[in-house]
Structure formats: C-alpha cells, structure tokens
Design a protein around this ligand. Structure first.
Ligand SMILES: [Zn+2]
Length: 127
C-alpha cells in the first residue's frame, strides 16, 4: 500500500534561518486586550521578538499569503490588527535585510511557545 502524503509543515530553513544559528521555535501571538489568538510565527534564534517577518508567518492566511505577492511593499501591507477587538498589534516595516515585516507594538500582544504538533493544530484552528 502506498503511504499517504502528509502536507509538509516544518520550519523554513533558508539563509535567514542559517544566519541565526539554524534554530527556530513556533510562537503563537495573542491579543493582550481580548486574548484572541492571532498569528503563528516561526521565530528564528533565541531571544525577544520585535517583529514578525512576512516569510515567517504560517497563519492566518490573511497574513501568511502576503509573502506570495512579489510586488508587496510596506505601503501595500495592511496593518496587523486583532480580528476580534481591532487592537493594533503591528505596523508594516522594511527590515535592512531586505525583508518585509510587522514591527510589533510590545504592550499589545503576548506570545506562547508551541511544539510542532500544537503549532499544526493552531494553524488549522485559525486558518
Ligand atoms: Zn483583541
């Protein structure tokens, strides 16, 4: 019998990953105001999170698909807001590495580290 192909769900192991000790974690970002879970991020390297790079957003689709638009610019990017209470979580920025990102507004979000199984579940939940 043929094995069923499982949709790949794993860290992006690109130049940026290798430049950061080839280490990453799954982080869930939630709204501090209403506790809504908002975004799944691949956080490269140990340390604090200051921004979510577009090419590290795995969910929700609304933000994850931005990286597929090769004409995307800071000006075209939406603001990153909580879908439930509209709290502003991040604003578009261009990082010196040449990557688009959301610069996070520190007091408006909280993060939780997830293992891969939970990250996968979370992605399913928020689409
Ligand atoms: Zn909220």
């Amino acid at each position: 019998m043929k094995e069923i192909t499982v949709t790949s769900f794993s860290f992006r192991r690109d130049k940026f990953f290798r430049d950061r000790d080839s280490y990453a974690e799954w982080w869930k970002i939630s709204c501090v105001q209403c506790e809504q879970d908002i975004l799944l991020d691949q956080k490269d390297e140990h340390g604090k999170l200051f921004r979510c790079y577009l090419n590290r957003i795995f969910a929700p689709t609304k933000y994850a698909e931005l990286q597929n638009d090769k004409t995307m610019t800071v000006k075209k990017m939406p603001r990153f807001t909580c879908p439930k209470c509209n709290t502003l979580i991040g604003v578009p920025m261009f990082h010196r590495e040449g990557r688009l990102a959301f610069k996070l507004i520190r007091e408006n979000w909280v993060k939780y580290k997830l293992d891969e199984a939970r990250a996968k579940e979370f992605k399913k939940d928020i689409g």
